[in-house]
Design a protein around this ligand. Structure first.
Ligand SMILES: *Cc1c(COP(=O)(O)O)cnc(C)c1O
Length: 443
């Protein structure tokens, strides 16, 4: 399908009788004409919901607002819209009102790990910087559903400056992820300023930007934008395709512009029931992505945010999808399947098991075909006892560029120099009983 096909022309003119191809390809036109109510949606698609469904839909939109770009709406197949993956991701479903007892408002505890308003600092060396509270399209499966439509704005430079100040005074932060909302809702000028401020911080090695614009509003990717972005390498862009249908001519062009500007591209998908919970769909998607120079990065298990229960699959579906990718296709095309830990533990990879058993000198493995094989381990491995005294070590780490943080968590348990032998949950009743004072210290 070419860019600005007859269907898109019809939608554009229903929204704005003056609109032609130039307006359609102007991202700000789409922002001005995002579809926010059910009447307009019905009119554009030439469909009609029944009275009782409409009442429930109105209630849903009241709680979780809708916003669909005319472009993304134009991808819906109106002859079979109720099963359409674009429709399901963008149009409210009455199931969103069912709040499961296990649903959480802020499942990833992002608001708790937040030292200043716009920052989530969860991992040792990187932060999430929420630079925009808005998106062009409101994904129905948004993990930050609690915030959608709340404070429909871009934070002021003063608020953004608080985030910058936190990063400036926190030298461990070597990686800053711009997130939102969608950071590409910021103007080119504001992005230029923000990226410039981040680049001026010595300890910030890489910047990443997460955006769904190439999927929902590809016309946001303009030569002016890529001119700004390419000044701030290394800048990685992660986008969010979930279904092969989304890789249209317009999207492919946007991806090519970003890749031509030297921006490495990754993709994060969420596994959604009724949208992409199928190994064949996912294989097709990852193939399309790598063809367009996008490296599949993560496949997410759907979060426990409120109103998403109808989108969730069992974890086994994700494992089955990965099982259908590893070995069957290019390693380059295989994302890491993760569960973002409820309560804020971060992303936990959950992949199929390939290590079946082991003895002191052999491991038993299975491959993707089910062939069981062994790997003989070395007889003469000389372990290096590590006391983190790198100067006297035979391995040649140049100390001035080396990371200096001490080992943490499981890597501390594994380390030679640490005396830590167990990690104990705060609430371990055996140790509380032993110490008689609520203290779970092991010594
Ligand atoms: C996902 C995420 C990151 C980045 O994680 P990577 O695994 O490095 O991509 C950083 N901070 C927060 C809070 C996140 O949710």
């Amino acid at each position: 399908m070419p860019i600005f096909n007859p269907r898109q022309q019809e939608i554009a003119q229903k929204l704005d009788p003056q609109a032609g191809k130039a307006e359609w390809m102007d991202w700000r036109w789409h922002i001005r004409h995002t579809v926010r109510d059910i009447d307009m949606f019905e009119m554009l698609l030439g469909i009609q919901f029944g009275a009782s469904e409409r009442r429930k839909l109105a209630e849903t939109v009241e709680k979780f607002p809708m916003s669909i770009t005319p472009y993304y709406l134009s991808l819906i197949d109106e002859t079979d819209f109720s099963l359409d993956p674009v429709f399901k991701q963008s149009f409210p479903g009455v199931d969103e009102l069912m709040i499961d007892p296990h649903d959480l408002r802020d499942p990833l505890a992002e608001d708790q790990d937040s030292p200043v308003a716009q920052i989530t600092h969860r991992y040792p060396d990187r932060v999430l910087f929420h630079v925009s509270n808005i998106c062009s399209m409101y994904c129905r499966h948004c993990t930050r559903k609690r915030k959608v439509g709340d404070i429909d704005s871009i934070p002021s430079r003063k608020i953004l400056n608080e985030g910058l100040e936190y990063i400036r005074k926190t030298p461990q932060v070597r990686d800053v992820l711009l997130s939102g909302g969608d950071p590409l809702m910021l103007s080119d000028r504001t992005l230029d300023w923000l990226l410039g401020e981040l680049r001026a911080i010595d300890h910030v090695e890489i910047i990443r930007l997460g955006t769904r614009m190439p999927v929902v509003l590809p016309y946001r990717i303009t030569p002016q934008l890529t001119e700004v972005l390419q000044k701030y390498h290394p800048l990685y862009i992660n986008t969010h395709f979930k279904h092969p249908r989304e890789l249209t001519a317009s999207s492919r062009l946007a991806l090519a512009q970003l890749a031509d500007a030297g921006l490495p591209l990754g993709n994060q998908s969420v596994l959604l029931a009724g949208v992409n919970d199928c190994p064949r769909i996912m294989k097709k998607l990852v193939h399309q992505l790598v063809k367009n120079r996008v490296r599949p990065y993560y496949l997410y298990q759907c979060d426990l945010s409120e109103g998403l229960s109808h989108f969730r699959t069992p974890v086994g579906k994700g494992i089955e999808i990965i099982e259908n990718l590893i070995g069957h296709t290019s390693g380059l095309a295989v994302p890491t399947y993760v569960i973002d830990a409820p309560g804020g533990g971060g992303k936990i990879p959950v992949m199929p098991n390939y290590l079946i058993s082991w003895s002191t000198h052999k491991v038993v493995l299975r491959n993707y075909e089910g062939v069981i094989t062994t790997y003989k381990e070395p007889d003469s491995y000389e372990p290096i006892f590590c006391d983190r005294n790198c100067e006297s070590c035979s391995l040649q780490l140049k100390l001035d560029d080396a990371e200096s943080d001490p080992p943490l968590g499981i890597s501390e348990l594994l380390s030679d120099e640490s005396e830590l032998i167990t990690l104990v949950p705060d609430s371990n009743t055996r140790l509380i009983r032993r110490n008689g004072n609520g203290d779970t210290d092991t010594d």
